[in-house]
Design a protein around this ligand. Structure first.
Ligand code: ADP
Ligand code: MG
Length: 337
């Protein structure tokens, strides 16, 4: 165990999932924040502003940006760029925006990094799930569609900014990095307005700017089997943190949990892990890596994280045991409050 770890974890079963401290202020400067339901989850923005009115305008801009990205990436809206790709890219190259091109490029790079655990073509099978309706593909559908899961089927052409699928039936979905991208872009907006302390959260993905004015932000990791409890909380500043869990979008059938993180090798929901948390400098990476560690499992997942100097991870396995990446101090070494 590395005792020079920069992150000290503290057990805090009663802490709120995201502990935000609202400091009273004698001046005009204050914390301002807002939470809105979006993309089947909640997006929230909190920031410290010298001018709370201007702060609220900035918050609105962040929500507008989140809505724009949601439309850009949506596979549900027929006229979105993503829908155009999924309809036409197997037939002929589809011209796309620079922004989407670069995001897909990043997703493919992460597939290589994670040896295919992260794979946006998961949606070849993923499209047949409807978690709200409790619907899942039958074994025959999974067996035939799993053959369309392989990031190598996605071909990007830099010169023409086009995308092509090498195989009929392939479908892509950026759900594994969309929220990370939203919070990263949100913090870019906030920073450009001169704000130095902020947190933008979309579902399980957060990006923190600065600290909580003199103290770190405390980000709680939820107990995967108890909504109201936090297993531990992580003090962080100027970092991103993402959690992927089997409790976000799921249904249970005959004692089996069917959730939204698909193992690209089997086409079935990945098993063995209840939640994977990753933190580090970039929210697109933490978002993709939390999904990847979830798929890879405790051993392979933490081995991957150990190769990435800037990133750390906390994994809760199917038995509820908590595992830490090498750079973290175990809470056993800490004073329990
Ligand atoms: P959340 O969206 O709840 O924050 P994650 O960050 O773990 O959770 O992302 C899960 C989403 O990623 C799924 O809803 C789906 O859109 C997408 N996804 C599922 N399996 C994979 C995979 N193997 N590779 C890439 N993306 C995936
Ligand atoms: Mg993720």
């Amino acid at each position: 165990m590395d005792c020079d770890a920069k992150h000290n974890l503290r057990l805090g079963p009663k802490l709120a999932v995201l502990t935000l401290l609202w400091l009273p202020s004698s001046t005009m400067a204050d914390w301002v924040g807002e939470t809105r339901p979006m993309m089947g989850t909640e997006v929230s923005v909190y920031l410290w502003s010298d001018d709370p009115e201007a702060g609220r305008v900035t918050i609105d801009e962040v929500f507008q940006e989140a809505a724009r990205i949601d439309v850009l990436m949506s596979t549900y809206k027929d006229d979105s760029e993503m829908s155009k790709i999924n309809r036409g890219a197997a037939e002929s190259p589809v011209t796309i925006s620079q922004e989407l091109f670069q995001l897909i490029q990043r997703a493919l790079d992460i597939s290589l990094l994670t040896q295919g655990a992260f794979d946006i073509t998961y949606d070849s099978v993923g499209q047949h799930y409807d978690f709200r309706a409790g619907r899942r593909p039958d074994a025959t559908t999974v067996a035939s569609e799993v053959r369309n899961i392989d990031h190598h089927y996605v071909e990007l052409d830099d010169a023409s900014t086009t995308i092509r699928f090498r195989q009929e039936g392939v479908r892509i979905n950026l759900g594994g990095i969309a929220k990370g991208y939203i919070v990263e872009r949100g913090i870019d907006i906030v920073r450009a307005r001169g704000i130095e302390n902020a947190i933008v959260t979309a579902g399980g993905d957060s990006r923190l700017l600065g600290d909580r004015r003199g103290r770190p932000w405390m980000v709680g990791i939820r107990d995967p089997r108890n909504d109201d409890e936090v297993v531990l909380s992580v003090p962080l500043a100027d970092e991103a943190i993402s959690t992927s869990g089997d409790y976000e979008r799921y249904f249970d059938e005959d004692g089996v949990r069917y959730h939204h993180i698909i193992h690209p090798g089997t086409g079935e929901p990945a098993s063995g892990v209840r939640s994977a948390t990753v933190f580090g400098p970039d929210a697109v990476m933490t978002d993709a890596l939390s999904t990847s560690v979830f798929v890879m499992g405790v051993d392979k997942g933490l081995r991957l994280i150990a190769t990435l100097g800037d990133y750390e991870s906390i994994v809760i396995d199917a038995k509820g045991r908590v595992f830490f990446s090498d750079g973290l101090q175990q809470p056993e070494n800490q004073t329990i409050e």
